[in-house]
Design a protein. Structure first.
Ligand code: FCB
Length: 458
């Protein structure tokens, strides 16, 4: 469902709006063990048979660890004003805690320097799913000590880069780590236990809080948290479906934000997890409830839910919408949901500065012989979501920036390279980068601050 192209108008976004693209370390860097880096749990996971649907690993990915200069040049050509990337914890601290690997740290120093020289503001995520394998051996997110390990690592990064990095994010999508890594086992470390998932979630939040505290002592800029949100509605007015939608919302959207903003987990989670739901110390929740400087929201799709006892753990499953476009991930394209989500956050949690830290789509791209990559579905997706973001701003949301996922086609976790999210095409055999039509569109959006998609006001 594409909205008709509006006539070009005035800039839709404020002058200082951050226009970026996002990536993450394991998905683009490759060279996972180079220069003294330690292995991560994702390295281990992808090297275990059967874990990645295509059998691939992230050993090469986009080879960004060696091609970062070219990639920064590419970002500059597109006119990006910001770049969101993550740091590989085990490059900097090969065993997760203790000795720092100076060569690992230097990689990020050089990258940040090059970005600043190119006029691109670095937006650094400290944890985007790749955990040092040595810490996984000590229990990973199930070990309470991880809050201290994470704060120690965060402090190393703050000291090295806070003079040039103005935005820090502690965690990327803790819900996915808990749900995929500890409840269903589809992502690293591949555990499947209802008893483990709530503990992993809680320690993720404790680690976030510990890093925040470290930043208040060592940092001078802004720090926040990145979560993925999906508006959940019921497929019918049947009370069972309404309850299913409410449980899904509590599990995915409120599990992390309620503790951060309101200091308590949603009551529904005790119902969802039953005997596997532990009681958490009030002092932990008091620490978790700390002011963040901004909230990063990753938005891709929505969920229209119906009651389904077989769908574990929330007994709720998505209902396919016959009239909607679906991406290759089988995610419904639903731009209005971005506006709804942004307004919902403001209404429930108050007026916090927001960045859309990820938004994008995997579609099959047509690669022509002349090097052009036609991806009109992705261009339409971006345009419609930007209009929805603008509508939310008109509704009072303090939106400060937008990051497309992703700069490059990359290693999409357990899907390998089979799902392409980039606005820049990557030929994984040659590592050649080719901006897709959506990249040219996005460059125009940036150049005109949205006027290219803006509705004419006169
Ligand atoms: C998000 C992840 C990101 C990428 C996109 C498609 O959940 O943060 O790394 O995989 O989905």
């Amino acid at each position: 469902m594409l909205t008709p192209a509006p006539r070009p108008g005035r800039p839709l976004f404020p002058t200082r709006f951050a226009w970026g693209a996002a990536t993450s370390a394991y998905q683009v860097e490759g060279s996972p063990l180079a220069d003294g880096a330690g292995p991560s749990n994702w390295h281990r996971f992808t090297h275990s048979p059967g874990r990645v649907l295509t059998g691939e690993t992230g050993d090469v990915a986009c080879d960004h660890y060696r091609r970062w200069r070219d990639d920064v040049a590419l970002m500059r050509e597109l006119g990006l004003t910001a770049y969101r990337f993550s740091v590989s914890w085990s490059r900097v601290l090969p065993t997760g805690a203790g000795a720092v690997n100076p060569k690992g740290l230097d990689f990020y120093r050089r990258l940040v320097d090059a970005l600043c020289e190119a006029g691109i503001a670095p937006f650094v995520t400290l944890f985007h799913w790749d955990l040092p394998a040595a810490l996984d051996d000590r229990g990973g997110w199930l070990n309470r000590d991880i809050a201290g390990w994470f704060a120690e690592y965060a402090e190393v990064m703050f000291r090295a880069l806070d003079d040039r990095v103005a935005w820090w994010a502690t965690l990327n999508e803790p819900w996915v780590v808990s749900d995929g890594g500890y409840l269903h086992g589809t992502l690293a470390p591949g555990h499947a236990s209802p008893f483990e998932a709530p503990i992993a979630s809680h320690n993720l939040l404790r680690a976030h809080a510990a890093a925040l505290q470290a930043y208040r002592a060592a940092g001078r800029h802004e720090i926040g948290l990145v979560v993925n949100l999906e508006p959940k509605s019921a497929s019918s007015s049947d009370p069972a479906d309404l309850a299913a939608a409410a449980r899904s919302d509590a599990y995915m959207n409120r599990q992390f934000l309620d503790p951060v903003f309101l200091g308590a987990y949603p009551d529904d989670l005790a119902e969802v997890f039953g005997e596997a739901w532990p009681s958490f110390a009030a002092s932990d929740l008091a620490e978790i409830r700390q002011k963040i400087d901004f909230l990063g929201i990753n938005y891709y799709t929505r969920g229209v839910m119906h009651h389904d006892p077989a769908a574990w753990p929330v007994s709720a499953a998505k209902v396919t919408q016959p009239d909607s476009v679906y991406t290759e991930m089988e995610w419904e394209v639903y731009p209005q949901g971005l506006r709804e989500t942004l307004l919902w956050v403001r209404e429930r949690y108050g007026d916090v500065p927001i960045y859309i830290t990820e938004n994008g789509a995997a579609f099959p791209d047509g690669v022509a012989t002349d090097g052009a990559v036609s991806d009109s579905l992705r261009t339409a997706y971006l345009r419609d979501h930007l209009l929805a973001a603008h509508a939310a701003m008109q509704g009072g949301v303090d939106l400060r920036g937008y990051f497309v996922w992703s700069l490059l086609d990359n290693f999409e976790w357990n899907h390998g390279t089979s799902k392409r999210f980039g606005i820049v095409h990557v030929d994984f055999a040659t590592q050649q980068r080719t901006p897709k039509d959506s990249a040219r569109f996005y460059a125009e959006v940036i150049r005109t601050n949205g006027a290219v998609i803006g509705v004419s006001e006169g």
